[in-house]
Design a protein around this ligand. Structure first.
Ligand SMILES: Nc1ncnc2c1ncn2[C@@H]1O[C@H](COP(=O)(O)OP(=O)(O)OP(=O)(O)O)[C@@H](O)[C@H]1O
Length: 318
């Protein structure tokens, strides 16, 4: 359905994306995950044809985006980070305007609009001015405009940003439903969102694709041993270095440093060895008191951290 091959976009200065490649099959809901500035929006804008790549190509159903952009665009529904809504229009007028823009035949427009209003849960608000809609309803309308021309592929850029918890739950449910009929690529930096909605996750970091797998498999594959979370009083680098010197410690990631003298870390231990006592005595000798120590299973959040924070993470020499 969607093929992204060696896609690069270089902006003047730094930033952009480098050599991104992946494909999405029909019917998949794929999460596109990455920290702020990783390159999600840049990639999505190239997939939707709004931005041209410096190198590489995008194919939708085998058709090259750059050569068949108008045909290919009709197969894509795009919800940008800020939906392109006109506040002074009513919901119905706006959807008619979008229907004209997307060349939906006039005789079909009434039926199509009623259909998308129902699917996105906006029925009854046709005459309301867009500026009077709540953020959640604006987002629903954003989704309605994205599916009005019945695209096969939906590209959603951070669709739950700025919503309250109830609206977030409703929009996620809606996306899941839309995923039954459409192929979905969903960008987010919210991990639970991916775990809840997506069967597959792509992780992008500093413009490069660093992972492509099922969320639960990623966690399992990267686990390779048990993990301890620690809070220690001491200088972050010194604590990290000391922990890495303990035989059996495979990796140490700083997850937070609330002050110059306190640090929270994630310690990955080789195999299933229980290193808690050794860690306790080693740090005690160094006058680095442990404020908290807990054994934990690796969550997708830990995986994400490991894959996307090299500043905080250090590995013991093998
Ligand atoms: N028009 C532009 N000109 C120059 N640099 C840009 C431009 N657009 C994006 N960038 C840079 O490219 C990188 C990727 O940006 P992008 O907006 O794609 O990231 P993102 O993953 O969508 O981030 P966010 O979650 O914050 O929206 C960033 O370093 C950004 O500063």
């Amino acid at each position: 359905m969607l093929e992204v091959r060696n896609l690069s976009k270089r902006y003047p200065g730094r930033g952009g994306i480098e050599n991104i490649r992946f494909s999405v099959d029909r019917g998949e809901i794929v999460g596109f995950l990455g920290p702020n500035g990783a390159g999600k929006t840049t990639t999505m804008r190239m997939i939707t044809g709004y931005l041209s790549p410096t190198e590489g190509e995008v194919r939708v159903d085998g058709q090259l985006m750059t050569e068949h952009s108008s045909k290919t665009k009709t197969q894509i529904g795009y919800l940008p980070e800020s939906p392109p809504l006109y506040p002074e229009m009513t919901v119905e007028d706006y959807l008619r305007f979008v229907a004209d823009l997307r060349e939906v035949p006039v005789r079909e427009q009434k039926h199509r609009i009623a259909d998308v209003l129902e699917r996105t849960g906006i029925t009854g608000r046709e005459r309301q001015l867009i500026r009077r809609l709540s953020k959640g309803y604006k987002q629903r309308l954003g989704l309605a405009q994205a599916i009005l021309h019945r695209p096969d592929l939906l590209i959603l850029d951070e669709p739950t940003t700025g919503l309250d918890p109830k609206q977030i739950t409703e929009i996620r449910e809606l996306i899941r439903e839309l995923g039954e009929k459409h192929t979905v690529l969903l960008s987010t930096h919210i991990l639970p969102e991916v775990e809840m909605i997506c069967k597959r996750v792509l992780i992008i970091d500093r413009g490069r694709l660093v992972e492509d797998d099922r969320p639960e498999r990623l966690a399992r594959r990267l686990e390779q041993g048990s993990t301890l979370s620690l809070e220690v009083k001491g200088k972050p680098e010194a604590v990290q270095e000391k922990l890495l010197s303990i035989s059996g410690v495979k990796r140490v990631d700083v997850t937070d440093s609330p002050s110059k003298e306190r640090v929270k870390l994630l310690v990955t231990v080789q195999n299933e060895t229980d290193l808690r006592e050794r860690i306790f005595y080693t740090l005690a000798e160094e006058k680095m008191p442990i404020l908290e120590m807990q054994r934990r299973d690796l969550s997708l959040e830990d995986v994400f951290l490991k894959l996307t924070t090299s500043e905080g993470g250090s590995q013991a020499d093998a």
